[in-house]
Design a protein around this ligand. Structure first.
Ligand code: UD1
Length: 428
């Protein structure tokens, strides 16, 4: 159970009935996986930050509560806007009740440590898809001079002032790249991060930091070079959050299984190159435009094989959507998960809808069936929950999805947006 939600919210469901083609325009809001990191980074300097294109999602509210406990006050002056005021009175403690609710709470570690010289952080939570260690975050910060201690569920770190270091990752971790980068901004000297993650959300964070006065080279490449600056040289800024490529992919998947034509405004084709290539192979007609992507589909998807990889590969967060498309595709597809071995929990739910999916280790074999059959299913995490909604669009009869507080963590009015393009969907 999600402790901070009222019991009624836990019981809410989404009902969806497959009713044929979707038609119209969908606006894609800013990315959860960027805005939460931008918010955490406001710890670095005093003053009022303004963020736009902010999704209206539960995780933003939770991060806002965490930042309020630390000393950054959040207000929402209008739709899609956030103002974050860093009061300068920063408490470098991230309490359990808030940290355990979102994985991105780990992103306060680097900023708090580099700004305050100490931090006490409860171990992070987030989606339930297997162990998510933070050893790379810790090893990198240790290389920069931090000392860590773990006691009573809390991670404690100290460093008078972090110093620059040459760090090479075994694996391009998104969170570790972000934490080390934000820490390095105020470190003494130059930090080089090799094999850094280069997701569009990382680039967004780099651009945010540079506009604040940070010195970062190699943005968008696997080698980031950060030259530390004095705290007094940083300034608060206005920034527009990068669009959410996972939400954009959700509407592409919806159009693929339901058919029709959608103008997905805000989607950045250049952030989704490999996925769009795969979706074209599956039969989607895709046209990048000045404002987004137009997608059309008038046939059953075709099966393909897909493996998840760090960016620019196919993101693991797309995978539940891809498996759902393959569940109703013509042929057999194999999906290989290379990031999170345990991330197949939703397959049991798809099987309840009549999908023919078998998993073994980190592979899934999907034999497409012409149509799924509506049934009650559960959302186990954000992306799996959205995939259940897409599956409902591909099913005959009614699909009822419970556990939708997971969907609310990352999707900004998924139901309303799908209703507006003709889907038979409602929230009860
Ligand atoms: C972020 C995204 C998540 C996405 C993931 C991969 C946020 C809030 N979440 O998660 O939606 O699925 O990127 O694109 O932005 N690992 C270690 N040690 C570490 C760090 C990571 O072993 O110190 C492992 C993880 O357990 C996992 C893999 O590396 O198997 C990927 O993790 P990482 O890239 O760090 O993902 P997150 O930042 O947690």
């Amino acid at each position: 159970m999600n402790a901070l939600l009222e019991p009624d919210e836990q019981l809410e469901t989404i009902r969806v009935r497959g009713n044929g083609p979707l038609e119209g325009t969908v606006h894609v809001p800013g990315a959860k996986n960027s805005v939460l990191k931008l918010m955490a980074t406001t710890i670095l300097c005093d003053g009022a930050f303004e963020l736009s294109n902010v999704p209206d999602i539960a995780d933003v509210a939770i991060m806002g509560d965490l930042l309020a406990a630390i000393g950054v006050e959040m207000t929402r002056p209008g739709p899609g806007e956030l103002v974050l005021v860093n009061t300068g009175k920063i408490t470098p403690v991230a309490p359990y009740e808030l940290v355990e609710r979102i994985r991105a709470s780990i992103n306060v570690l680097g900023p708090l440590l580099t700004r305050c010289g100490e931090v006490r952080l409860s171990m992070p939570g987030g989606d339930d898809f297997g162990a998510r260690p933070i050893d790379m975050h810790i090893a990198g910060l240790e290389a920069m001079g931090a000392e860590f201690k773990f006691s009573h569920g809390y991670l404690e770190a100290r460093a008078d002032r972090l110093h620059g270091a040459d760090i090479t990752f075994d694996f391009p971790s998104v969170g570790a790249t972000e934490n080390l980068m934000t820490a390095a901004v105020l470190a003494d000297g130059v930090t080089t991060i090799d094999n850094a993650a280069r997701e569009p959300e990382i680039t967004d964070l780099c651009e945010f930091l540079v506009s604040m006065g940070a010195k970062i080279d190699g943005i968008g490449t696997p080698t980031l070079v950060i030259e530390g600056v004095e705290q007094s040289t940083l300034r608060p800024v206005r920034h527009q959050t990068v669009p959410d490529r996972i939400q954009a992919a959700t509407y592409l998947a919806a159009c693929s299984v339901a058919g029709g034509r959608l103008d997905i405004v805000g989607a950045r084709a250049d952030h989704m190159t490999m996925l769009l290539d795969r979706f074209a192979n599956m039969g989607l007609d895709l046209t990048p435009t000045d404002t987004g992507i137009v997608v059309a589909s008038d046939e059953r998807p075709r099966s393909i094989d897909v493996a998840t990889l760090p960016y620019p590969g196919i993101a693991t967060d797309y995978k539940p959507l891809i498996i759902t498309m393959l569940a109703v595709a013509d042929g057999v597809g194999i999906v290989t998960e290379n990031l999170y071995p345990g991330r197949f929990r939703y397959v049991e739910e798809l099987q309840r809808l009549g999908a023919d999916v078998r998993t073994s280790g980190h592979h899934a074999v999907i034999r497409g069936v012409p149509r799924l059959s509506g049934a009650p299913v559960k959302a186990h995490d954000i992306r799996a929950g959205a995939a259940m909604v897409v599956a409902g669009l591909a099913a005959e009869g009614e699909t009822t999805i419970s556990g939708i507080h997971h969907i609310d963590r990352g999707y900004d009015d998924l139901v309303g947006r799908l209703q507006a393009v003709g889907a038979d969907i409602e929230r009860d």
